[in-house]
Design a protein around this ligand. Structure first.
Ligand code: ADP
Ligand code: MG
Length: 695
């Protein structure tokens, strides 16, 4: 491998490339846009476009594409070449207009009913705050996406808006506190990404993995994750080669890939980057997921990003580490040495506590997906109940504020290793809590309930907006105070007191917590349909419209799209199951039963004295299971038809959850029961042992 600092960002039109290639005045104008959000002149855009094109062509590019994040959950791109006719030949051209605006046909992207198909036009608009990059011979330009009539049709726009809103509200508060040098505040995110790697040849033989990203049948392997030997275990050679390749690709694109390790389940791994601003972190996470899958192909592997590819072992999630920092370099969620006297920190902490309590439904909604429904509350991921963990130290502080008592910080103890050659070191003030959905981890919050394939724009725009709203309310409460100090103290105390129910430092996986949360009046929204039913609640609509993140219509569109996507995904899964059951599993069982029958008959023909009980028992057991299996398959088909016929999307989602999904579970159990009794030679699919231990 070449030296990392040399390849890092070599495919990005970032600050270095801009400085080298843009005239000083253009560079300055562009920087102003990037840093202060000032509008960009078309003449400046023309110069930037030309420089970008020259740079990209030198790197072998023939095309450019506006790259955007529609409501499909995956990114979208449409490539145009740089060529323009010139006499007999062509020249390579790229204008400021082409850089700034694209016009993809929007009619085939989900719009939740806000865009009629005859209004096909959509616009993509350059987002200069996320740098352009080169991949596979194309110049990629990160863009926002809206309809002809201006409705927001993507995930980036609300995120950018929410960052602006949070910045504006935070700056107002900071000015009130005397920090007048702060002019902008940015949210930062570091998303830890989990994934599975399996052998491509195995994958190719599983139609469920190919169509749904998860196994719909599959009896458990004799070994799972019970020995806890995979977590942080030594990385296998083939996986290590993949990870090396992946890091290199990510670094070229300026992605700060930092940590890699084996995760809990066999074949499961994790990659964590160093954090960046929410917008760039989102783009980079989308890119990371794509590149993970592309690089896997080169190694004859497949990278699975589904939340629950395998039953019986952990699924994959994403941890959204989130903080707020100022343009003067201060982390607003950093408690400092003396949090008890750090009013600014306590105020921002109070804003987050209040936001998480008041908008717990939104945080649950934003992580809801067909895939994530398998994980939340299944003792492998946080429960469907949203709560916050503050750690012992901070929790004690919050309670001392609530009760008006003195606070004594637990002094950071030194860890005595008891071995001379090992250095003693300072212990963290609080232990890690792995079970909380929303944990304070030193100077940031870690939102842990995200599914592995989720676009992190959504949780982040919701989080930013709800915190912006609380800061707005705080500002209103404080701005005319005669005694600001007293008003601040009272506000912090009142906020912690009113919202302490959301703080829970215990084991979120325990039964007791479910009961306790209910007593506290916290929501427990177990599945997507239950969660989504709260999406359009008045307070949520007010939140997003007040801060101009989305209109009510756009919000409703998002709600409808989420429900539709859920129903479609379950429909595909159910149809795939039926297909597997009828075309492969049932015929395989019949064939094996026949083989057993032939064997028994052959034995009998040789001599009546040879026992055939083995064959007969196996035939009996399999034949009766098969009957049940075929009956359940037919029942599943009926449920699919019934659910598909429901008109209202919310009710339809409930039908898919309560009827179709419930039947799928039964069918799966019956199928897995037969697999356990079948000859491997006859079973039509690679087993869990092949899949989970095949690399
Ligand atoms: P864990 O202990 O949960 O495995 P890691 O150290 O692997 O944590 O990951 C922590 C993540 O948090 C990293 O992506 C890191 O860059 C990110 N992070 C650290 N500081 C901040 C911050 N101020 N804002 C956002 N993310 C941060
Ligand atoms: Mg983590």
């Amino acid at each position: 491998m070449t030296k990392v600092p040399e390849i890092f960002g070599s495919m990005v039109f970032g600050d270095k490339a801009m400085r080298e290639r843009l005239p000083k005045a253009t560079y300055k104008a562009l920087k102003k846009t990037i840093e202060n959000g000032e509008p960009l002149d078309e003449s400046v855009a023309n110069v930037v476009a030309a420089a970008m094109k020259d740079w990209a062509v030198e790197l072998g590019c023939t095309h450019y594409t506006h790259w955007f994040q529609p409501m499909t959950g995956v990114t979208a791109e449409k490539h145009d070449s740089f060529i323009a006719p010139n006499g007999d030949g062509v020249i390579m051209e790229f204008s400021g207009k082409e850089l700034i605006k694209g016009e993809p046909d929007a009619s085939s992207f989900p719009s939740g009913g806000i865009r009629a198909t005859f209004e096909a036009r959509g616009y993509t608009t350059w987002d200069p705050t996320s740098p352009a990059f080169v991949r596979d011979g194309s110049l990629y330009i990160p863009t926002a996406f809206c309809s002809y009539t201006g409705e927001v049709l993507d995930k980036k726009t609300p995120l950018l808006r929410s960052m602006e809103r949070l910045s504006a509200e935070a700056v107002r508060i900071l000015h009130l506190l005397g920090k007048t040098d702060v002019t902008r505040v940015a949210t930062t995110v570091g998303p830890e990404q989990e994934y599975f790697l399996i052998d491509k040849d195995m994958y190719e033989q599983r139609v469920d993995l190919k169509l749904c990203g998860r196994t719909l049948f599959g009896a458990g392997a004799p070994k799972g994750q019970e020995l806890e030997d995979h977590y942080f275990g030594s990385i296998k050679t083939r996986v290590a080669a993949y990870m090396r390749d992946l890091d290199e690709e990510l670094w070229k694109l300026g992605i700060l890939a930092k940590t890699k390790h084996n995760e809990v389940a066999p074949s499961q791994h994790e990659l964590a980057p160093i954090f960046s601003t929410s917008n760039i972190a989102t783009d980079h996470n989308e890119l990371t997921m794509e590149i993970m899958q592309k690089v896997a192909e080169r190694h004859n592997l497949v990278c699975l990003l589904h939340e629950k590819p395998f039953k019986g072992v952990n699924g994959s999630g994403k941890h959204n580490n989130w903080s707020i920092s100022t343009n003067t370099g201060e982390n607003l969620l950093s408690p400092g040495k003396h949090p008890e006297t750090n009013t600014q920190f306590l105020l921002f902490l109070a804003a987050v506590v209040k936001a998480v309590d008041e908008y717990q439904d939104l945080l649950r909604i934003t992580v809801a997906s067909a895939g994530n429904d398998h994980r939340l509350g299944a003792n492998e991921a946080p429960p469907a109940i949203i709560s916050m963990y503050l750690g012992d130290d901070l929790d004690a502080l919050v309670h001392s504020i609530i009760n008006g008592e003195d606070y004594h910080s637990a002094k950071a103890a030194r860890m005595q290793t008891g071995v001379d050659v090992l250095a003693d070191f300072k212990k963290d003030k609080s232990d890690r809590n792995r079970t909380s959905p929303f944990a304070f981890t030193g100077n940031k919050f870690e939102f842990r309930a995200l599914g592995s394939s989720l676009n992190i724009a959504c949780p982040n725009y919701m989080l930013n907006t709800m915190v912006a709203e609380e800061l707005r309310q705080f500002y209103e409460a404080l701005k005319d105070a005669d005694d600001l100090d007293a008003a601040l103290k009272a506000l912090i105390k009142d906020t912690f007191t009113a919202h302490q129910r959301i703080i829970f430092n215990g084991d979120n996986y325990s039964e007791e917590w479910v009961a306790e949360a209910e007593r506290r009046g916290l929501l427990n929204l177990r599945s997507l349909p239950e969660a989504l039913a709260h999406f359009m609640d008045k307070k949520n609509v007010e939140l997003f419209t007040r801060h101009s993140i989305c209109t009510e219509q756009e919000l409703r569109a998002r709600y409808e799209i989420d429900l539709e996507t859920y129903c479609k995904q379950l429909n595909i899964e159910a149809l795939t199951m039926v297909d597997m059951a009828k075309k492969n599993i049932t015929p395989a069982v019949t064939a094996y039963v026949r083989e057993l029958s032939d064997a028994a008959l052959a034995k009998k023909a040789l001599s009546d004295a040879i026992p055939v009980s083995v064959e007969l028992d196996a035939i009996n057991s399999l034949a009766s299971k098969q009957e049940q299996f075929v009956r359940l398959t037919a029942e599943l088909e009926d449920e699919i038809c019934a659910a598909a016929a429901v008109e209202d999307n919310q009710e339809k989602a409930f039908a898919y959850r309560n009827r179709v999904f419930a039947k799928m579970e039964q069918l799966r159990e019956a199928g897995d029961g037969m697999e356990a009794e079948m000859s491997a030679e006859y079973w039509p699919y690679p087993s869990y042992t092949d899949l989970l231990f095949g690399v």
